[in-house]
Design a protein around this ligand. Structure first.
Ligand code: ASP
Length: 340
């Protein structure tokens, strides 16, 4: 995973040095934008189960989720169990155990979950618990609140049978120690330091749910919380319309409330990809997009799905019609050299 990230990071930097000014000057005119280059929409009959999730590890999450959906399980269980497999993988450096720590060496986790009834649960700045998504689910199911943070979240988790464990793996510890030598604090996300898993599923009843879980930005300031536990930013579900989720630099996702925006745009007739693209454009118009990445993913009630990202490199996994496939999302910035 680190190799892939480094590679993407380098190619991103290389690509950004070419042709970026011309591209930027077109940002207010959607007609001028690059059109979608990948197949990312598909019709699906209602009540056909579908699971969709960010990044390559989305495939594993989809496998777990689809099994549940095909056994007539609920979408909310599918998206909880789906992302748990990624949280439990110590090799994944962006989620759960093995997550990249903050700049002081602490792994702090954010997660949220939302069901078809509009119920939501979230946890942020949680330490020592491998499955923040299940803590979020418990908060949703068993408390009158939506979000618990830090020590309170940990106390709640321990009271509810979750076990405290060390989430800093040898690999992440070594990488952190290496980072400490230069201590370059760079809160801007590019392709090397984001890989949050967000997942959306529709079950056989046609109900929609979503989840999101992350260790957040690598080497972030202690106490930093991103978009991932914020309902409406990293995730939003409206069972009448569809759902959307995010990955990338949480700060701009929070400031534009991307997932809520996407669902509202779909309510007003946009396709999932059009809605994701508009949410990306809100970022492009206001912020310095050259050094950040955000990818959005959306599914509507009919099971059509779509995605859009700021930069090249965002992919997602879709499990539908018996196939679990990876798709490269269309994106705003196109390097003219790569086009030829
Ligand atoms: N959205 C996450 C955050 O800002 C980062 C990621 O997508 O990996 O914490």
């Amino acid at each position: 995973m680190f190799n892939r990230r480094n590679f993407l990071s380098k190619s991103l930097l290389a690509s950004l040095s070419i042709g970026v000014v011309g591209c930027q000057s077109e940002t207010t005119n959607h007609e001028e934008l690059p059109t979608s280059q990948n197949v990312s929409k598909q019709s699906s009959t209602p009540n056909k189960p579908i699971s969709i999730a960010t990044w390559t590890h989305g495939k594993e999450a989809n496998e777990v989720a689809m099994k549940i959906l095909l056994e007539k399980g609920k979408a909310i269980d599918a998206v909880e169990q789906g992302v748990r497999i990624v949280e439990a993988d110590p090799k994944g450096t962006s989620v759960g155990i093995g997550g990249t720590p903050d700049r002081d060496g602490h792994v702090t986790l954010d997660a949220c979950i939302m069901d078809e009834k509009g119920n939501a649960g979230a946890v942020c700045f949680l330490e020592g618990i491998k499955h923040p998504i299940s803590v979020a689910r418990k908060i949703m199911d068993e408390t009158p609140h939506v979000m618990l943070a830090g020590e309170g979240a940990l106390q709640f988790a321990l009271e509810n049978g979750f076990e405290k464990e060390n989430l800093l793996t040898d690999f992440s510890d070594k990488a952190w120690n290496k980072w400490l030598k230069k201590k370059k604090y760079s809160p801007k996300v590019n392709s090397e330091n984001h890989d949050t898993i967000s997942q959306i599923a529709i079950d056989l009843e046609g109900n929609i749910s979503g989840s999101c879980t992350t260790s957040g930005l690598g080497y972030k300031m202690r106490g930093r919380v991103g978009d991932s536990p914020i309902i409406g930013a990293s995730l939003f579900v409206d069972n009448e319309v569809g759902a959307a989720c995010a990955t990338g630099l949480g700060e701009v996702v929070m400031k534009t409330l991307g997932s809520f925006l996407i669902v509202e745009l779909m309510r007003n007739g946009a396709t999932p990809e059009e809605a994701c693209k508009e949410a990306v454009m809100r970022i492009i118009k206001k912020y310095d997009w050259k050094e950040l990445q955000v990818g959005y993913l959306a599914v509507n009630k009919a099971g059509e799905y779509g995605a859009y990202a700021v930069q090249k490199g965002f992919n997602y996994a879709v499990h539908v019609d018996g196939e679990n496939k990876l798709i490269n999302a269309p994106y705003f910035y196109k390097n003219p050299k790569e086009e030829n």
